[in-house]
Design a protein around this ligand. Sequence first.
Ligand code: FES
Length: 309
Amino acid sequence: MKIGDAIRRIERSARLDPVAAFARSLIRRVPPGRAADTLHGVDLGHPMHPLLVQVPIGAWMSATVLDLFPGTRRPALGLIDLGVAAALPAMAAGALDFAEQHPRQQRVGMVHAVSAKCGVLLYAASAVARHRGRQGWGKALGFAGMGMVGVAGMLGAHIAYSLNGGVSHTEQDRDLLPEGWHDLGPLDDFAEDTPVRRVVGGVPVVVVRSDQDVRVLTEACSHLGGPLSDGTVAEGCITCPWHGSTFRMADGSVVHGPATSPQTVLETLVVDGVVSVRRPDHGSAPHHGTEIPHPRAAETMPTGPTGLA
Ligand code: FES
């Protein structure tokens, strides 16, 4: 059996769901806010967990290599201590991400987390043994820990690459948007601060009219593809109904996680009371060719994201 097929059996194992639900309920007691956003990676614009795990994995991998050579007792012990300490924030960030994922991701995530925690415990035991001068036990526990960390890493990669955990679920929409201006309908069809779903060349977008402004963003939330047109609008931001990610409508940037990638904001123009949009990077890629003017306002194009004419 292929490794991927074995992991997909974990994805389908609903027996893990009660445990996942319990873990999720505990983790969600962490209040949303600055600390949670930082651990998700909102400040970086990149998931934090895969960055944080580099430190313990790198330290432990280096200690494993040092263990193969004589006279390396002290540096190997220092690296193992460093790895155990650095694993704590990495686990915290991973737990917060886990709590806002879909069931198949969480099933694999449960096994990933158990493997990782076993690895941490084995390395902690290795450190204790080494501090007590039991070098042989320390090395054996360290090698076992490396094995568990390897399993955890493989499962984490499966969540990221096969189950799309942590990737942007809207990034491809930007490239799929067709060239040129596209009418979305009369401005009067859009009530104030009420998100409305429209489709541009097969790509769903969400339209929000506020005062004299119209903002149009890609509809699928970058976190897990939630429908932003079912979300709520307040203070220039739109909040996803699934896990509460909040995006600034002016530029698509993430205000609150768990999302870490921005939404694409389309260029908007209102001509003769009709809302039109086009992709934000029109004409910038080689295959885009020359700029296609708006059919009803060919003389002057606005440079901002929204133009009222
Ligand atoms: S899909 Fe999770 S916050 Fe939008």
